[in-house]
Design a protein around this ligand. Structure first.
Ligand SMILES: [Zn+2]
Length: 262
């Protein structure tokens, strides 16, 4: 299995200036999964040799542009030029069914090209498989402006990957990620400010102290985080939590099975 980072930037400045990419990440294993395909998901995939045509699933954790803008484009690839009904969509309820104002991510045309569509429910576990392999996903709760936003724990090829997506801290958040070997944390900010809905470095420390994964990976970093220096922030988090912590880089390929390479 490998994790491939196609975007490590968070916030509108990164999104519009591409100081850091915003294409989400891929979990490649017996099945290939693209998570949170924001702007550049297609282009960055092609740029670093990730084949959008071999995707088996696309996960959209919430309906904010930096997590979903390229979702329909990737469906065109997953369904092999829309010629074949194939693949899995796992999306927040709002992204699939629409929010109170009728906005949604996926067009009905694109959803008609997908084999299996799942609107994520917090606390639910789902199993997916195809001719290539299988994975299990457990949906975790987030507290974010898009109120149906979710994170997950995903088991595939004997590894468990956790992903917080965008969330602020709330009672019970951290315990949801017990049992992850690798935990991907959207760490937007080094410290608290008025911009709610996101985790800070200090909260990442608390999360890691409770969940104790083998390794934490910081991503979705905002401009303040980037100015502070992601390496410095990761070292601080590692020191305070006792958990190995690395900042993701655009284009980084992490192979948990061969962890010592990193
Ligand atoms: Zn968001």
């Amino acid at each position: 299995m490998e994790l491939v980072f196609l975007g490590t930037g968070g916030g509108r400045i990164n999104l519009l200036q591409q100081n850091r990419w915003t294409g989400g990440f891929r979990i490649n294993g017996s099945m290939n999964i693209h998570v949170d395909p924001g702007p550049g998901a297609l282009i960055r995939s092609l740029q670093i040799g990730q084949k959008p045509m071999n995707l088996d699933a696309i996960i959209v954790t919430h309906m904010h542009l930096d997590h979903c803008s390229d979702a329909n484009v990737l469906i065109e690839a997953m369904s092999h030029y829309t010629l074949k009904k194939r693949g899995i969509i796992i999306g927040s309820k709002n992204s699939i069914q629409g929010d109170s104002e009728g906005n949604k991510v996926f067009t009905s045309f694109h959803l008609s090209k997908v084999q299996d569509i799942y609107s994520a429910n917090w606390g639910e576990k789902k199993h997916f498989s195809n001719e290539k392999g299988e994975f299990e996903i457990e949906i975790t709760k987030c507290k974010h402006e898009e109120e149906t936003c979710f994170g997950f724990k995903l088991k595939m090829d004997n590894q468990t990957i956790g992903y917080t997506s965008d969330t602020e801290s709330f009672p019970g958040l951290y315990e949801q990620y017990l049992g992850c070997e690798y935990l991907i944390i959207n760490t937007m900010k080094p410290n608290k400010d008025k911009y709610v809905g996101h985790l800070t470095s200090n909260e990442a420390v608390d999360l890691l102290k409770i969940t104790k994964p083998k390794m934490a990976i910081l991503t979705h970093m905002g401009m303040k985080m980037l100015r502070e220096g992601p390496e410095k922030e990761a070292a601080k988090i590692e020191k305070q939590s006792g958990i190995r912590t690395i900042p993701a880089k655009d284009g980084m390929v992490l192979k948990p099975d061969l962890e010592e390479q990193f």
